[in-house]
Design a binder for this molecule. Structure first.
Ligand code: ADP
Ligand code: GN1
Ligand code: MG
Length: 372
């Protein structure tokens, strides 16, 4: 028997009477609920999340990382004298026994956070300036974590951005074609096979010591950034399950992937999916505003490649999941993962067509900042 949400609600150190909880947000991975409590006549909101057990095999490592990361960032913000810190970094609410999670009767791991009020996430941005602010917030996030004391964070999903391994898995799933879907994805399969060499660039640079491993977010899609309703600035970077050792470029790449086109991730009208130069410029400026102080020249030289690469990787993962019967991502219609894959590959095409212009923009923006 599994606990009801009201029973889950009793397990956390939250004052007041539990009122209700309902599914919330558009994340593809965890089960997220908006919970309301009555605290002496005032309605106060929290987020409950059930960590997806088939994706996060070691939920204790996830929570250990989340606690370390949020405490570190909170300390850094206190040192900087920032206001409203509980809106700028997630706050883990302890369970009644003082630990950071509750393990329910069914064996699932649940956690609770303050609901960040006066802010929201977007699946598609409404204004270009939001792309600037989101990218700046990602650079700040990486900056805060640059001096995280050792040991390194746990690797919550091994080989998360290992593109060569993702491609190998795709080939294995394709070979089996257990759901007889390969024929319906022929164009996408051909595109991936023709472009898989994109996956070989970063491993070589990392092995040669030219790109450093940093502490990074690894899932910087736009709806993992909360925007303040009044200022429209990025107030909080959320969804910290994959914060672990990684490349700064993947975080930059995922912001590009999810904001450079004015379209949904699962848009079916592919003519709407295209990289727009002014959007790229806003992302670039925002990221360089906070990250140019720590990025090395090789990282800067690969910012455009990072956008293409992460989009290709995520497209590969959507395609693999489609061929594999939709076992990883939440889907809401038949062919949903294939639609998502198509938008990704269309975006890679568009970024590739404009690569020279985008690279020139990187060069001029970086030189302007560094005067070199
Ligand atoms: P998933 O891993 O499934 O993507 P997220 O942690 O990203 O889950 O949460 C899903 C959505 O729930 C987010 O996109 C955001 O809209 C909302 N959300 C998550 N945490 C909070 C929070 N502390 N305050 C307000 N909204 C939140
Ligand atoms: C998932 O959890 P969510 O929805 O923020 C996925 C990312 C993908 C993204 C594609 C742990 O992100 O890697 O880029 O979907 N997260 C995990 O939209 O696999
Ligand atoms: Mg998310």
């Amino acid at each position: 028997m599994s606990d009801t949400l009201a029973q889950i609600a009793e397990q956390f150190q939250i004052y007041g009477d539990f009122v209700s909880a309902e599914p919330y947000g558009t994340g593809h991975i965890n089960d997220t609920f908006l919970a309301t409590y009555d605290q002496a006549g005032r309605q106060v909101r929290y987020i409950f999340q059930r960590i997806n057990p088939s994706i996060f095999k070691e939920p204790l490592s996830v929570m250990e990382n989340v606690v370390r990361v949020t405490e570190h960032i909170r300390n850094r913000m206190q040192q900087l004298g920032l206001a409203e810190i509980s809106r700028r970094v997630l706050t883990v609410i302890p369970a009644c026994d003082g630990i950071a999670y509750y393990r329910c009767k069914a064996g699932n791991y649940w956690r609770a956070y303050f609901f960040i009020e006066g802010a929201r996430t977007y699946d598609v941005l409404e204004r270009i300036e939001q792309a600037y602010h989101a990218a700046k917030a990602i650079g700040e996030f990486q900056c805060y974590l640059a001096d995280l004391p050792k040991p390194a964070l746990k690797e919550t999903i091994p080989d998360f951005h290992n593109a060569q391994k993702r491609y190998k898995t795709f080939l294995e799933v394709l070979e089996k074609d257990s759901f007889n879907r390969a024929a319906s994805a022929k164009a996408e399969i051909d595109y991936l096979n023709a472009n898989a060499r994109l996956f070989d660039v970063f491993p070589g640079l990392v092995d040669a010591g030219q790109i450093p491993i940093r502490t990074t977010h690894n899932d910087t899609k736009i709806n993992n950034v909360m925007f303040d309703d009044v200022t429209n600035e990025a107030i909080c970077v959320i969804d910290l399950d994959t914060v672990m050792p990684g490349l700064s470029l993947y975080d930059f790449g995922d912001i590009v992937r999810t904001t450079v086109s004015n379209s949904e991730e699962d848009e079916q009208d592919l003519s709407r999916v295209k990289a727009e130069i002014p959007r790229f410029e806003a992302i670039l400026k925002g990221y360089l505003a906070s990250a140019s102080g720590f990025l090395n020249r090789i990282e800067v030289n690969h910012l455009v490649h990072a956008g293409k690469l992460i989009t290709m990787i995520i497209g590969t993962r959507f395609l693999t999941d489609y061929l594999n019967g939709d076992s990883y991502y939440k889907v809401h219609r038949t062919g949903h993962n294939l639609d998502r894959c198509r938008t990704q590959f269309k975006l890679v095409r568009s970024l590739t067509e404009q690569e020279e212009e985008l690279s020139r923009l990187v060069e001029t923006s970086y030189r302007r900042i560094n005067k070199d």
